[in-house]
Design a protein around this ligand. Structure first.
Ligand SMILES: *[C@@H]1O[C@H](CO)[C@@H](O)[C@H](O)[C@H]1NC(C)=O
Ligand SMILES: *[C@@H]1O[C@H](CO)[C@@H](O)[C@H](O)[C@H]1NC(C)=O
Ligand SMILES: *[C@@H]1O[C@H](CO)[C@@H](O)[C@H](O)[C@H]1NC(C)=O
Ligand SMILES: *[C@@H]1O[C@H](CO)[C@@H](O)[C@H](O)[C@H]1NC(C)=O
Ligand SMILES: *[C@@H]1O[C@H](CO)[C@@H](O)[C@H](O)[C@H]1NC(C)=O
Ligand SMILES: *[C@@H]1O[C@H](CO)[C@@H](O)[C@H](O)[C@H]1NC(C)=O
Ligand SMILES: *[C@@H]1O[C@H](CO)[C@@H](O)[C@H](O)[C@H]1NC(C)=O
Length: 569
């Protein structure tokens, strides 16, 4: 028998936002996020995040959710780790991955490999999916005192295929937009902004072997009076890679600093594709005469109209004697031919969070994720192709992790790992609460679930704990969910369970309520829900039935007191 209490359960919600814009794929939008985006706070049509939910039960004790990844075929990958009790920034040196297929089939990868301390303390490890049934765990390891990046190629059967060297710890490993095209390693740029790249193949289907296909360099356009500041890379949907360069006008090296026509900042992009393996000549996609403090890339993503990069512009505006510094976000849009499409400000109503993220939706429109550091709750806003607010999806603070199936526009939220106290993530609260001292005359108890439920066939039972912990508890009442005695509140979340007058008839005693699995099922999916194990939901009865007794206690004490005084005389 499984001990469900020992099992970690992960509660996953899936909510579909896919079908808002079934528009023609031919629509070429030139005006993605206009200034006049309507306020995101007017929300006429919030969608409930409870479309579909799913519980994953982890059989290995102590594992915790670390991260998730979604694949195009609909597979959800859950990376599980073991905490290092001594240092919260570290994990134990093992790798566990769970793959949940669309069909619900789960593959457990438990790697028999001990990673070096450099990889796990603090955590300097990640993984990428490769094509077929291969995965690469990327981690840092010291070799003769020199830290480097390594890739351990494994398969879905937890077998180790090979280990490859992936360069310096600061090199970027970027997976191709098409897994069968492999991945690329981009080295750190040098002072002049020259960067080497190495393109690796996908694993061979049968041997799992990965080889370096080609290597070369991304070179900054050689412009007099401009210095390289930074770069940003991103993948292309055709399997290639994009590389953006930020250049700044070098005032020191020039005389004409007061020329109003000087372009202070320039952005170039270059594209690298399979076959030619030679980056395209960098194309100028943006330049400005404003003397910005800084300019940086935040993210780049594909849109039906081309590629959109979100860039931040830090600018100090001086007005008379006053000056203020502000950071604004812009969307820079271009095509892979290198031609510029547009540059427009991301409306403040989108960027006014501690952090935000923008991505395009597969059926058109945009998804905005706003993050505030003070809470794990998230609001997602769906905008149409013209940037008009369409709808909002909210996840409460009980959610701790988010992801998305991009292919079908489904958001995924993961709840805190246990309904902590109840060892059941589906349960929000109960009345009475755990350890509450109750009046023995109460006529019902209630359980509030996090999702809409229906009553099912299993029982809920109340036991009186034996004073002798070695003796079994005494059954006081048991009711089946579908017995017609239990009812569901109008919210569809709360189950009311009647209490017989004899159940709590012992004052000053402890009782526990046991809810069997399948006492309720989910309304959406008819899936049985976990219950509450023995000795978890413990409640006690008050020592005496009514206030009457306590009055006489006071009286008794007074009498004793007087008696003592009398005796002492
Ligand atoms: C999208 O894909 C996920 C993962 O396969 C699946 O669970 C979900 O039901 C899909 N959503 C829709 C609307 O098809
Ligand atoms: C793990 O690997 C070691 C050596 O590589 C081997 O001796 C051991 O039997 C393996 N354990 C399991 C459970 O496969
Ligand atoms: C903007 O630039 C100024 C001057 O370089 C700097 O002090 C400030 O921290 C920057 N602001 C942000 C939010 O990056
Ligand atoms: C978190 O911060 C946001 C914005 O700063 C604020 O609107 C919200 O009320 C805060 N929430 C909590 C729970 O403090
Ligand atoms: C519920 O409890 C009754 C009485 O103890 C028992 O006969 C029945 O088998 C239980 N039902 C389930 C589904 O365990
Ligand atoms: C509760 O469930 C019933 C039956 O499925 C449904 O008709 C009703 O609208 C639901 N109520 C709420 C508040 O969701
Ligand atoms: C209630 O029970 C506890 C433990 O059995 C006992 O120590 C305590 O004296 C009892 N209180 C009263 C008022 O009977």
């Amino acid at each position: 028998m499984f001990n469900l209490a020992k099992m970690l359960t992960i509660f996953i919600y899936l909510t579909s936002i896919c079908c808002f814009f079934v528009t023609s794929q031919n629509v070429l939008s030139r005006d993605i996020l206009p200034q006049n985006v309507s306020s995101l706070n007017t929300s006429p049509q919030d969608i409930s995040p409870q479309d579909i939910w799913y519980i994953y039960e982890e059989p290995i004790e102590g594992l915790k959710l670390h991260d998730t990844l979604t694949l195009k075929d609909g597979t959800l990958m859950i990376w599980m780790t073991l905490d290092d009790e001594e240092d919260p920034s570290c994990i134990l040196p093992y790798f566990y991955l769970r793959l949940i297929k669309r069909t619900g089939r789960i593959t457990y990868i438990n790697l028999n490999y001990t990673f070096p301390l450099e990889a796990v303390c603090p955590i300097d490890m990640t993984f990428i999916p490769l094509s077929y049934n291969y995965i690469m765990v990327i981690y840092v390891k010291s070799n003769n005192g020199v830290k480097g990046k390594y890739g351990l190629i494994i398969n879905y059967d937890s077998e180790i295929i090979s280990e490859i060297y992936l360069g310096n710890v600061n090199d970027d490993i970027i997976i191709s937009g098409r897994l069968e095209k492999g991945f690329i390693r981009i080295e750190e740029y040098d002072k002049k902004g020259i960067t080497a790249w190495h393109w690796f193949s996908a694993p061979d289907i049968t041997t799992g072997k990965v080889v370096e296909l080609e290597s070369g360099e991304f070179s900054v356009p050689n412009l007099l009076s401009y210095t390289f500041v930074n770069s940003f890379n991103f993948n292309l949907i055709d399997g290639g890679f994009g590389y953006a360069y930020i250049l700044k006008y070098d005032e020191m090296g020039s005389l004409a600093t007061n020329d109003p026509n000087i372009q202070y900042w320039k952005i170039y992009v270059s594209f690298l594709r399979e076959g030619t393996y030679s980056p395209t000549t960098p194309s100028l996609v943006y330049q400005t005469t404003t003397k910005l403090n800084s300019l940086a890339f935040k993210s780049c993503f594909y849109n039906i109209a081309g590629y959109i990069c979100i860039v931040s512009l830090n600018n100090t505006i001086t007005n008379k004697d006053q000056s203020r510094t502000e950071v604004n976000y812009y969307q820079l849009e271009f095509l892979t031919t290198g031609s510029f499409v547009q540059f427009g400000m991301v409306p403040k109503v989108i960027s006014n969070a501690d952090d935000f993220d923008l991505s395009s939706l597969v059926y058109g429109g945009f998804l905005v994720k706003k993050k505030n550091t003070n809470t794990t709750a998230r609001n997602f806003y769906v905008l149409d192709n013209n940037g008009n607010y369409k709808t909002k999806v909210s996840f409460g603070p009980e959610f701790v992790h988010y992801n998305m199936f991009k292919r079908n526009g489904t958001l995924l939220g993961i709840k805190k790992q246990t309904g902590a106290e109840y060892d059941n993530p589906a349960i929000e609260s109960t009345k009475p609460a755990i350890n509450e001292v109750i009046d023995p005359l109460i006529n019902e108890i209630t359980i509030k679930y996090g999702i809409p439920v229906r009553l099912s066939t299993a029982n809920v039972s109340i036991f009186q704990l034996n004073d002798d912990p070695h003796k079994p508890s005494l059954l006081r009442q048991t009711i089946a969910g579908d017995s017609e005695l239990c009812t569901i509140g109008s919210d569809n979340h709360t189950v009311h369970i009647p209490i017989f007058s004899s159940t709590f008839n012992q004052p000053n005693s402890s009782y526990h309520v046991v809810v069997d699995n399948n006492f309720v099922i989910s309304q959406e999916r008819n899936e049985p829900l976990l219950g509450i194990n023995e000795k978890t939901w413990i409640i006690s009865t008050k020592p005496f039935k009514t206030g009457q007794h306590s009055v006489s206690v006071t009286g008794l004490l007074r009498l004793n007191e007087e008696g003592r005084q009398m005796n002492s005389k």
